[in-house]
Ligand binder design. Structure first.
Ligand code: SF4
Length: 470
């Protein structure tokens, strides 16, 4: 996927004018965040679980080399294979090589953000391999030829009418109206694909070092059919998904569904360990795990190591005022919302990704709800600093910052200048009580009014009320 992150502002403007998208985002805002709040309130140990989740991931990241080696050994003992991919091109090459080795013409896929990250879908199709997405949301966006717009709900931007139109266009026949009938139609089409597939490609929510297992979590059971029916399974995943023990994964699983959708637990949680054993009724005969690095090992030991705790629950975007105004496509690459604003510059470079860390009000809601307590605003601030140091910020913003820094270093001048500015703005805004246009701050007043100040700075009003300023 070619990034369009540099066009974030234009993408966002278009998204905010898209009525269908705005309707979908309103529904999202009323759904998952409410469910998460209820699920968190219903579980007395929820906050303690978040601490445990953070600690499990921190411990694993501190010993990642050790756990990766144990994992590889266990996978081999179970009869499977581990492939190490240092970057996206290598990972794509490994998967395609396996497809050729097994003579695959058709693959089924369950949802995998790593596959999106490495551009696997396009690569398979360019090489003549039919790919069928089996997660309903992913299937819908495959038909629409669009990238996902949310980690958990990839087709969240689509309306029911969009889905009706897509199914009629691609499946033929009468237009199906009832939502349940649409689901039935998808099930009918996909069932045939599961049994025709040569290889099933899944992602993994977690990898377990002690058993060499991969865990998938779905609400549709599609990962189970993807991995269980074809002769060969390939797990396409990344190194930071590792946890030491099954017990640790259970802690994270209890956090994942609650944080994502407000469920106590996802409908299907499957632990996959190696290929089919003697006596097993089903399961793949060949089991491969592709472990992607793609810059992650370089994040270890840096400020961005904390980002590797992410369990891809989507809670940060469900609560982000920017995501809820623009949706995911405006972000212009695979990862969206606050987590995407930190990860995208890491993967595509700050020179291409710098608008994203600025797509935040720094309200802190993302950090407040992150199940593994990732300090997302702090990490976005790191990127902003880097952007500034590398002179990627627009000249006007640099000038404004330089002026502010000049004043901030001279407190008397600062108080004098802000005092005069507040008095002038107070007089100019006295009639309406707000400004609908503001020179040098046009972005703030595009879609909302700026309340007029009351003629004095906060500090002088604070002093007047007896507050002490040191
Ligand atoms: S950053 Fe936190 S809230 Fe956002 S997807 Fe990752 S784990 Fe979930």
């Amino acid at each position: 996927m070619q990034p369009t992150t540099l066009a974030f502002a234009d993408n966002a403007r278009k998204a905010m004018a898209d009525e269908t998208l705005q309707g979908s985002l309103k529904l999202l805002e009323k759904g998952w965040p409410v469910g998460r709040a209820r699920a968190a309130a219903d579980l007395p140990e929820f906050e303690a679980l978040r601490d445990q989740g953070r600690d499990i991931k921190n411990h694993t990241l501190a010993h990642l080399d050790l756990y990766l080696e144990i994992f590889e050994e266990r996978v081999k003992e179970a009869g499977g294979h581990v492939h190490w991919a240092k970057d996206a091109a290598e990972a794509r090459g490994i998967v395609l090589g396996l497809c050729h080795e097994y003579g695959a013409r058709t693959v089924t896929k369950s949802k995998s953000m790593i596959a999106e990250e490495i551009g696997l879908n396009e690569h398979l199709e360019e090489n003549g391999i039919e790919r069928v997405e089996t997660d309903l949301g992913e299937y819908i966006i495959q038909l629409a030829n669009e990238p996902p717009s949310h980690l958990v709900g990839p087709a969240i931007h689509k309306s029911m009418d969009d889905v009706r139109d897509l199914f009629q266009k691609h499946h033929g026949g009468e237009r199906i109206e009832a939502p349940a009938a649409l689901v039935g139609e998808a099930r009918r089409v996909l069932r045939e694909k599961y049994f025709a597939a040569d290889i099933g490609i899944t992602g993994a929510n977690f990898l377990i070092a002690e058993t060499g297992s991969a865990i998938t979590v779905t609400n549709e059971g599609n990962a189970e059919l993807t991995q269980g029916v074809p002769e060969t399974q390939i797990v396409v995943t990344s190194i930071e998904k590792m946890v030491p023990r099954l017990f640790d994964a259970m802690t994270l699983l209890r956090l994942l569904a609650r944080s994502a959708t407000g469920q106590d637990f996802s409908a299907y949680t499957t632990i996959m360990t190696g290929p089919r054993r003697a006596g097993d009724l089903d399961g793949p005969r060949n089991f491969h795990v592709v472990l992607l690095d793609n810059g992650r090992s370089g994040m270890l030991g840096t400020a961005f190591q904390e980002m590797l705790r992410c369990i891809r629950c989507g809670a940060c975007m469900n609560h982000c005022p920017v995501y809820l105004a623009t949706g995911g496509h405006a972000y212009g690459w695979v990862y969206v919302g606050p987590m995407g604003s930190v990860l995208t510059p890491q993967f595509i470079g700050i020179d291409k990704g710098h608008p994203l860390p600025n797509a935040s009000t720094f309200c802190g809601k993302c950090q407040e709800v992150c199940p593994v307590r990732i300090p997302l605003p702090k990490l976005m601030r790191h990127w902003r600093e880097e952007q500034h140091e590398r002179k990627l910020t627009p000249p006007r913003a640099r000038l404004a910052l330089a002026a502010w820094a000049f004043l901030a270093r001279r407190p008397r001048l600062y108080h004098l200048a802000t005092g005069i500015a507040m008095r002038v703005l107070g007089i100019l805004g006295a009639r309406d009580g707000f400004f609908s246009r503001m020179p040098l701050a046009g972005g703030w007043t595009v879609s909302r009014e700026l309340p007029a100040p009351q003629g004095a700075t906060f500090m002088s009003r604070y002093r007047r009320k007896g507050g002490r300023v040191t």
